[in-house]
Every structure is written in C-alpha cells, then in structure tokens.
Design a protein around this ligand. Structure first.
Ligand SMILES: [Fe+2]
Ligand SMILES: [Fe+2]
Length: 308
C-alpha cells in the first residue's frame, strides 16, 4: 500500500531509503562482473619509452579521440575525491557506505586497465598524461552535491554520461585495436551497472520525497558538467571531444538527460510542494532551451557537411 503524504511534509529521505539501498546493492552483487585488468593487456606489445620515446605516429588518432582518452582516464584517476564526495552523505551504519566501498573497488580498476592499455598501445602521450594527473590530483576538485537528493540525481547523470563517453570513445578507435575496444567496452559495462543502481535508487527516492527530488533534479540538470574539473585545458579538450561526436551537448541531452527523466516520469509526479511545482515548470523551460541548442548545433553541422 502506498501511503500518501501531505505536500511539503517533512521526510527523512536518507533514513527512509535504507531498504532500497540494501535491495539495489544486493541486486548489484548478484550479477558480479568479474574481469581482470591484467588479462586485458597484450603485454608483449609494450616497448620501453626510454629506448623509443612516444611519438604521435605510434598510434595515429584524431585529436578529439586522444582528448577523450586523456580526459576519461584522468577522471578515473580522480576516484579518491569522488569517494570522499559520496561519503559526505553516508552516515555511520547506513548501507550506502557498503555501496560506496563496492563502487570504489570497482571504479579503481578502470584507471589501472586504461593506463596499462595507453602505455602498451602508445595511443596518447604518457608524459602529457602524467603531467595532467599531477596537476589534477593536487587540486582534488570534484562536485559536492548539497543534499542526498542532489547526490543521487548527480551520480545518476554522471554514471550514464561516463558510460556513453567510454562507449563512444571505444567506437572511435581503429577496428584493429581489439585490446582498446574491449577494455573500453568492459569499463562502459561497469558504468552501466553503476548507472542502474543510482537511477533506480533515485526512482525510489522520488516515491519517498518527490518534492526534494524534483528540486534536486532541476538543480543538477541546470548545473551538470561532464567530470573534468581540474584537468589542464579541460575546455579545449571538451570542445575537441564534442566535435568528434563522442560526447557533447547533443549526447548529454539525447542519451543522458532525456532517458533518465523519462524513466523518473517527472511530468506525472503528484503531491509536490509549491517550490517543487515551480522547479518542475522551470525544468521544462530548461529542457526546451537545451533541445533548441541541440537543434541549432545539428543544423550547423548539417550545413557544414553540405558545404564540404
Ligand atoms: Fe569508471
Ligand atoms: Fe562508474
């Protein structure tokens, strides 16, 4: 039986969501993805960088694809700070702490396996990568969503965005780089499972406290940026990645926000507070502006294709 609350009544979302966290964590654990980073690498292809320094001709790639590998790997490197950010909203004895540990354990192998592939395949400059890692990790910058509702909205979008970015990067690699394509597909598969956890946790939260979730959704969609804060020259890399068709505004709207909002069914939420109703109206306006921007972008690129 669903017990309806009066609009605006106080709800302890963090406390009430405990059974859903346990349910979704158990679902996650029942289908483990047991792949080993060391088994994905063709070690025999590796060469000493001291004997033969890196050159772009080692692995010819468009700039946008190199930028995507660089940004995605540095984002995975930044894991310690994301873990800290998740613990901001994880009280003692709450099952979300168990999830955070599981999530951190799984994410940790992404940077390991990507770096091994990068070094063996020579697909990007390892010196540039290490310089970027040092700069980024000394800053320790990651988003800190202000509430638990904001956190689960943000991570739902973020995991989905990361899944799309890894998947599309893999699709832009040469067909004969089976090692790279396989590794990015494995990582994208992990991100899919993380996305499903958060997406469904958020859906449960919409039942418990629809008003808080509605307001958080607006806040997170309005302010969402692909993880990358602190990466040197991030904006330049982001432009290249978008131009390459890997990840940009079009993918954010079409592949990330639209499917998630459709699943959460925000347009049919009931019993919203006045502030949450206002947020829903504002969200519709934000989505209309985003759709118009995507349309302008696609017309511009269609125009440049026609001129080419
Ligand atoms: Fe990851
Ligand atoms: Fe993930």
């Amino acid at each position: 039986m669903v017990v309806k609350r009066a609009a605006g009544s106080r709800v302890d979302l963090v406390e009430e969501i405990k059974p859903d966290v346990e349910r979704l964590l158990n679902r996650h654990l029942e289908a483990p993805r047991l792949w080993y980073p060391h088994e994905q690498i063709e070690w025999g292809r590796g060469e000493s960088f001291a004997d033969r320094p890196w050159s772009p001709s080692d692995y010819p790639l468009p700039d946008g694809v190199r930028s995507s590998i660089y940004v995605n790997l540095l984002t995975e490197d930044n894991l310690p700070y994301y873990t800290c950010s998740l613990f901001d909203h994880a009280p003692a004895d709450h099952p979300i702490r168990d999830w955070n540990h599981q999530w951190t354990m799984e994410e940790n192998r992404h940077s390991m396996v990507m770096r091994d592939w990068v070094h063996v395949s020579r697909c990007i400059d390892p010196t540039l990568l290490e310089d970027g890692r040092r700069v980024q990790m000394r800053k320790g910058e990651v988003p800190h969503p202000p509430t638990f509702a904001d956190l689960i909205c943000y991570v739902s979008f973020q995991e989905r965005a990361t899944q799309i970015a890894h998947r599309n990067t893999g699709a832009h690699l040469p067909k004969d780089d089976r090692m790279g394509r396989n590794i990015l597909a494995l990582i994208a598969g992990d991100e899919t499972k993380h996305y499903l956890f958060y997406r469904d946790l958020a859906q449960a939260a919409f039942v418990i406290d629809p008003s808080a979730m509605m307001i958080a959704t607006l806040r997170q969609i309005s302010g969402f940026a692909m993880p990358g804060t602190g990466i040197p020259n991030f904006t330049r890399h982001a432009v290249r990645i978008a131009r390459e068709g890997i990840y940009g505004l079009s993918q954010y709207v079409r592949d990330v926000v639209n499917p998630v909002l459709a699943l959460w069914d925000v347009s049919h939420l009931e019993d919203l507070s006045a502030d949450a109703e206002h947020a829903r109206t504002e969200l519709a306006e934000v989505m209309a502006r985003l759709a118009a921007s995507v349309e302008r972008l696609s017309q511009r690129s269609a125009g440049s294709v026609a001129l080419a």
